[in-house]
Ligand binder design. Sequence first.
Ligand code: ATP
Ligand code: MG
Length: 331
Amino acid sequence: MKLAIVEGDGIGKEVIPAAVRVLDALEMDVEKVYLELGYGKWEKTGSAITDQDIEILKSCDCILFGAVTTPPDPNYKSVLLTIRKELDMYANIRPIKPLPCVDCNFEREDFNFVIVRENTEGLYSAIEEIGEDASYTKRIVTRKGSKRIAEYACKLAKSRKNELTIVHKSNVMKSDKLFLDVCRETASEHEVEYSDELVDSMAYKLMVSPEKFDVIVTTNLFGDILSDMSGALVGGLGLLPSANIGTEHAFFEPVHGSAPDIAGEGIANPIAAILSLKMLLEWHGDIMQAGLVEEALESSLNMGVTTPDLGGSFTTEEVTEAIVEHIEIKI
Ligand code: ATP
Ligand code: MG
């Protein structure tokens, strides 16, 4: 596997080395390509990501990414949006599942679902007209875009409980009828059991009974909102991994940002980054190694080796070493 590694800014520089340390412990055949992208690079060179960087990223199989700080400067080209577009990463995946010994924000701990969000269309089309008295954003839903995200979600559902929930608002926005129809057709073709929910009602149900859901597929903006909201179920930004999947490439990153407030202190929780590595291994087909990472992580949590955000007093490095030790015993 040829892996691009982008630490980025802030705590990205702490949690990605932690994930790489775990990867090294697995003793796999990986060619690592380090790239500097983001705000730090922009300050030094005037550009956060160059065409040459894109070419290098395209030459790799997948990307492990930390976090970048995005300044409110209109001339700043967003690194994430650029990569997503250039590498055509159409699916954003967020698994939501509780971890052992972590105080969840909610009573229930028996949920385990995945949000599959369409990443290229919907209200994030960037086709806009901004005026003094009226502004418009075009909401795009295409058969092709809906089909490929539906296919992805159905394949994922087949590898899990074979249940798909299609989330939309087609009663109000007619553009969502196409999305809903394509998802229904695709689920029937794959013999996946499906149901659909209006997004507002879904937001309520996810908070009240998250255990009722398995794979959820939805459009760009709804997925964005439901993903962050569901993150609250798990109990901390430092625990949430995500993936952006395309036809040829994939990109894995913790959900959290660069957290400038704690950067440099060595106390950032590396779990989100390490779980992002686990998703990367699964995507690449290294299922045994992915399982080992998860097991090691759970064992360190069970032993109470946690960073301050989870109430512990361990550093990023100490948590990482506890996980690495477990892997080294097993490998
Ligand atoms: P950015 O602008 O890059 O998104 P941010 O200030 O929004 O940065 P986030 O990373 O999104 O910061 O997270 C918000 C807060 O949550 C941080 O300020 C930090 O205190 C906490 N946090 C986020 N990630 C972690 C982590 N891995 N470990 C510990 N605390 C974290
Ligand atoms: Mg943020």
